[in-house]
Design a protein around this ligand. Structure first.
Ligand SMILES: CC(C)(COP(=O)(O)OP(=O)(O)OC[C@H]1O[C@@H](n2cnc3c(N)ncnc32)[C@H](O)[C@@H]1OP(=O)(O)O)[C@@H](O)C(=O)NCCC(=O)NCCS
Length: 160
């Protein structure tokens, strides 16, 4: 069983970190990480479903899952479904690394564009996406739940 960590890494985070395809055996750790990072996490069954229909990747350091990313193809558009980096590993370029990998996978599958939805309040994610060339395309009114009602979603798009 894979573990996740919320501790600061005890080695430089760029060392011995690699991306590999997510497997059934990773689902528990991936869901645990999602639950740790999101106020309204995807349910475990939804990850299982992605494993069958999308391209799902985990970021691993010393056998521990420290991040994941999921991209699905919808005709020639790539939908960035979800991504996450464990709290103790953030701001080291790993989110960027996951996203670049997902975009590469999408390009290999002949995607012309990629899109995603994000909460306007999720500043780290919005900044990361902007840095990687995503631009705001549309607002989805009351798209996300939040403790006091609902929050809009920003749809961001980039050409591949
Ligand atoms: C969003 C997330 C994946 C970013 O991962 P990360 O590994 O910290 O990101 P990186 O280190 O690759 O950051 C790349 C760039 O994104 C921007 N960024 C990332 N975190 C930021 C923050 N807290 N504040 C401002 N900008 C930030 C910066 O421009 C950064 O480049 P810089 O460090 O050179 O300034 C991570 O915060 C996370 O897992 N959040 C919880 C899950 C989540 O919200 N997922 C997205 C769902 S839509």
């Amino acid at each position: 069983m894979q573990n996740i960590t919320t501790q600061q890494p005890d080695m430089p985070p760029s060392e011995h970190i690699y991306l590999r395809a997510m497997q059934e055996k990773d689902l528990r750790a991936v869901h645990k990480l999602e639950t740790l990072c999101q106020l309204y996490p995807w349910p475990a069954w939804y990850f299982r479903r992605q494993l069958r229909s999308a391209s799902c990747w985990v970021l691993v350091q010393q056998g521990m899952i420290i991040g994941f990313g999921i991209v699905a193809m919808v005709k020639d558009w790539a939908h960035i479904m979800n991504m996450c980096v464990a709290p103790g590993y953030r701001r080291c370029g790993l989110g960027r690394r996951i996203m670049i990998h997902l975009l590469r996978i999408a390009k290999r599958q002949h995607a012309s564009h990629a899109w995603l939805e994000v909460r306007p309040s999720n500043i780290p994610a919005v900044m990361l996406y902007r840095k990687l060339g995503f631009r705001k395309k549309q607002i989805r009114k009351k798209y996300y739940m939040k403790p006091s009602g609902r929050e809009n979603g920003i749809v961001m798009v980039r050409r591949l």
